[in-house]
Design a protein around this ligand. Structure first.
Ligand SMILES: O=C(O)CCC(=O)C(=O)O
Ligand SMILES: [Fe+2]
Length: 365
């Protein structure tokens, strides 16, 4: 089981406590999966899950109703209810062309099907807070338990933010235009949802959207690949975390039943079919809403005999922007104002954490 002599490694770069650059080699999970090899560094404590509690519903949000003058009120009520209960929701009738989504799946699959050296030479890897490129994320020490995941991350907005950096894969050749077309359509949907979420909790409809200038706001794309795993009971696809985003926009393919959410201290598999899109609430919307909305604490499980891919867009105000809790006359503020980039630096510095800890940075003490 421990023989990893004939596989390739990612080089995971990070800053240690003393601010010194460190590099750790971690096995490429895709190759371990091919050999049915589970090194002990990937073994976590067994992860318990629970069935969906009675009297909870995870009704999808119908965007056609949100766009309809008469249907909007009821749909907003549902949006508020599901967001508060789950910190995430499924959207349907969003109008995104199915072939735009399908093309994304094709280029993502095309990338991971390349031999390791070609994947590596298709894209650069970077020492950056958000771990752009092909490799790993959140590896901070040589003895850290590893997640069963390979990953590709890039920045899609603002325009020019990665000029001079070789961040996008050049193989498959159409990877970037295909992803950018998806991101453009998704951004429109997220802007609609930012307005709807504010209205749903009785705030001004521009309360969240005010931070999102189309020229300067940020969209990071993360592609997670969870190859089939010999022991899903002993491994983790992604360890628990909340997203360092305002909204995260998720699609998945290969298999469902990977995403799990912590609800009332119990881990529950999100009933998310592959043909639907999911939106997660991130830490910034918790801060902006002064805690009326909470970011989700979630993780991903692995599966045997099935590969799973998820593609996440993290939507954020510009790094230099200061955001803060809604000014609604309410004297008690649960959160302080924070500069987005400073929050993210802290987020990456502390992650991964066992509990929802990063957001303490913005809490009023
Ligand atoms: O794979 C998933 O469904 C979730 C991935 C995730 O939470 C993340 O990349 O932040
Ligand atoms: Fe996440």
């Amino acid at each position: 089981m421990e023989n990893t002599s004939n596989i390739n490694y990612h080089e995971s770069k990070f800053m240690d406590q003393n601010g010194t650059a460190q590099t750790i080699k971690v096995p490429v999970v895709q190759e371990l999966a091919r050999l049915n090899n589970l090194p002990s560094i990937f073994i976590h404590k067994p992860a318990q899950t629970h069935p969906i509690p009675p009297n909870t519903s995870f009704e999808p949000i119908d965007m056609a109703q949100l766009r309809d003058n008469t249907g909007r009120v009821i749909e907003l009520e549902k949006l508020a209810r599901v967001s508060r209960e789950w910190g995430m929701f499924i959207i349907e009738n969003h109008g995104l062309d199915p072939w735009v989504v399908d093309d994304v799946k094709k280029v993502v699959k095309g990338f991971f099907e390349l031999p390791f050296e070609e994947k590596k030479s298709s894209v650069g890897t970077y020492m950056s807070t958000d771990n752009l490129g092909y490799g790993r994320s959140f590896v901070k020490s040589a003895d850290q338990r590893l997640d069963w995941i390979d990953r590709l991350a890039m920045k899609a907005a603002p325009k020019g933010s990665t000029d001079g950096l070789w961040v996008w894969p050049n193989n498959p050749a159409n990877f970037r235009p295909v992803m950018e077309r998806y991101v453009k359509a998704a951004r429109e949907i997220m802007d609609e949802l930012l307005q709807a979420l504010a209205e749903a909790i009785s705030l001004d409809k521009r309360e969240f959207l005010q931070y999102f200038d189309p020229e300067t706001s940020e969209i990071n794309v993360r592609v997670n690949y969870y190859p089939s795993c010999p022991r899903p009971d002993l491994t983790m696809g992604i360890s628990p975390h909340s997203d360092g985003s305002t909204l995260s926009f998720l699609m998945q393919f290969g298999s469902s039943n990977g995403l799990q959410v912590c609800k009332d201290n119990q881990w529950i598999t999100v009933p998310w079919p592959c043909n639907k899109l999911v939106v997660n609430l991130g830490d910034f919307i918790e801060i902006m809403s002064n805690g009326r909305l909470k970011s989700t604490w979630h993780r991903a499980a692995t599966q045997s005999d099935m590969d799973r891919y998820s593609i996440i867009l993290f939507y954020n105000p510009p790094t230099r922007m200061e955001i803060g809790p809604v000014e609604d006359g309410e004297p008690i503020k649960e959160y302080k104002k924070v500069v987005v980039g400073e929050y993210m630096k802290h987020y990456y510095k502390v992650s991964p954490t066992a509990t929802k800890e990063a957001i303490m940075f913005a809490k009023v003490s």
